[in-house]
Ligand binder design. Structure first.
Ligand code: FAD
Ligand code: AMP
Length: 475
């Protein structure tokens, strides 16, 4: 007889584990199935985000930032250090420790909330039955539930003629685990993952070249921000080659030779390691049994409506395996909303106010519409901006690069988008998200007291500048 639950969540990433915890809080008898196994061989719920995504990348970005500052910036503070050295093994072990702490934390949260956690793979059968294949080789069993949430996440896209081998040609998993700094690193794709992981190894001494097929840089960001960011990255020695399509790669004698095509025709480049970061695709392999009633769309995503209902009654899908941005916080908020809908509560997500962050230095963060999107949509807007070079705290902290740019409706003054390039942009954007969620105006932000001296004063000044009354810059 199949064990019965009110809800089974398949996938324990930030979408699935958060949905499971919220459902349990709401009194649903909940199970969560996830096969992720940590480096120590133990179950490691938390999905891509905790194991091989958001968290480990930020751990390495922080380690490499300290090393880079020690080498390049401490002199200005009068601090000199002789014989600074980087021990990659220690850095990776620190990262692994953080991952273990957090995945262990999810296991504890499951226990604390009485979520039944199964370490294995789930397959949705017809009639809201789930076939569970335990990771430890135990007997395959069936579970049954009134409702099911699919949260199977995503995997890296592979491009033709560039085969991952886990050593020379790697995805995010490999690039988070190099055992030494590669003398040269090729990165295919100058998107978020390529920029973050390229920055890590560049700061540690690698010669990094990013090969990007598109003619423009970071096209989803506001143009003013992406232009300024490209300039900053160039200063740091990140070699970003736009309009460069990678057509193949081969490994030969400890080197990866990449064939590429750019404005000059076809040519080759050799690297010690190659990171392929050309985006991710929804992962549904082995997830859906024929006849389960769940359909995929033309992009391979699980087809869902605005509230995450799939085409099969009682089956929902969230996170990277469905439409919308592939971001951990989007997955989690969808998980919470679906758990609440299942429990009979109202729930809604505003996709328009999901913030985006790139954790480079300076950081890039935005929410809402870009200036180009407003122009394309024919919306009348006012723009204000403020450079961090005129912000006292930014100068005191040695972070003069970047700006805050705010866009507001020309008539109503409602904030339509905020774009930040600068130190702590990831934190500064939250205030703007809150303002937009409350349909705030630039005047609202302009009239709020911001502590001095803080980087957030740049947000305040950008808001003032929308009305051409900034204090610390010309209007
Ligand atoms: P996942 O985290 O992918 O989790 C899905 C889980 O489901 C996995 O554990 C998988 O093994 C499991 N699963 C799959 N099939 C089955 C099955 N049949 N049965 C049971 N379990 C199954 N996002 C951010 O917001 N901020 C960041 O800073 C950020 N940094 C990133 C850095 C890198 C290097 C990468 C690769 C991604 C990053 N992301 C970041 C994206 C973020 O990781 C994803 O958006 C997020 O993990 C999606 O959550 P999810 O729950 O939908 O899927
Ligand atoms: P993201 O989805 O943010 O990780 O970005 C992935 C980037 O990879 C996009 O900017 C794509 O244009 C780029 N890309 C995809 N295929 C190739 C390729 N064959 N060569 C170079 N860049 C590519």
């Amino acid at each position: 007889m199949a064990e019965k639950f009110d809800l089974i969540v398949i996938g324990g990433g930030p979408g699935g584990y958060v949905a499971a915890i919220r459902a349990a809080q709401l009194g649903l008898r909940t199970a969560c199935i996830d096969p992720f196994t940590g480096k120590d061989g133990k179950p490691a719920p938390g999905g891509t985000c905790l194991n091989v995504g958001c968290i480990p990348s930020k751990a390495l970005l922080d380690s490499s930032k300290h090393y880079h500052h020690l080498q390049n910036d401490y002199g200005a503070h009068g601090i000199s250090v002789k014989d600074a050295a980087m021990d990659v093994t220690t850095m990776i072990a620190r990262k692994d420790g953080i991952v273990k702490k957090l995945t262990g934390g999810v296991s504890q949260l499951f226990k604390g909330n009485k979520v039944a956690y199964f370490h294995g793979k789930g397959r949705l059968l017809a009639g809201k039955l789930v076939e569970l294949t335990p990771s430890d080789g135990g007997e395959v069993q069936q579970l049954e539930a009134g409702q099911i949430i699919l949260a199977s996440g995503s995997v890296p896209i592979q491009i033709p003629n560039v085969e991952f081998d886990g050593e020379y040609i790697v995805d995010n998993v490999g690039a988070l685990d190099f055992d030494a700094v590669p003398a040269s690193l090729g990165v295919i794709g100058a998107g978020v993952v390529g920029l973050e992981l390229g920055s890590v190894w560049k700061r540690l001494g690698s010669e990094v070249i990013l090969l990007e097929a598109l003619p423009d840089f970071l096209t989803m960001a506001d143009k003013d921000v992406s232009k300024l960011a490209a300039r900053e990255f160039k200063k740091q020695g990140l070699d970003i080659r736009l309009g460069t399509l990678v057509k193949g790669a081969v490994v030969n004698k400890d080197k990866v030779t990449v064939t590429l095509e750019d404005g000059e025709g076809e040519s080759q480049l050799s690297f010690d390691r190659l990171l392929v970061s050309v985006g991710r695709k929804p992962y549904t392999e082995g997830l859906l049994d024929e006849g389960c009633g769940v359909q995929l769309n033309e992009r391979g995503q699980i087809q869902v409506d605005d509230q995450s209902r799939s085409t099969a009654p009682g089956v929902w899908a969230i996170g990277d395996c469905v439409r919308g941005p592939m971001l951990a916080h989007k997955a989690s908020e969808e998980g919470i909303a679906v758990a609440e809908l299942i429990a009979g509560k109202p729930a809604h997500i505003h996709f328009d106010t999901v913030p985006w962050v790139v954790y480079t230095e300076p950081e890039i963060a935005w929410v809402g519409k870009t200036e180009q999107e407003l122009q394309d949509a024919g919306i009348d807007y006012k723009a204000g901006s403020f450079p961090f070079a005129a912000n006292g705290r930014a100068l005191a902290g040695g972070n003069p690069a970047g700006l805050v740019k705010m866009l507001a409706d020309a008539e109503t003054d409602e904030i339509l988008g905020v774009h930040i390039l600068g130190a702590n942009a990831s934190e500064l954007i939250s205030e703007c998200v809150v303002a937009m969620e409350f349909q705030g105006s630039s005047e609202d932000l302009a009239r709020i007291v911001h502590a001095h001296p803080t980087l957030s004063e740049a947000v305040h000044e950008a808001a003032l500048h929308v009305d051409k009354r900034a204090i610390h810059r010309g209007n």
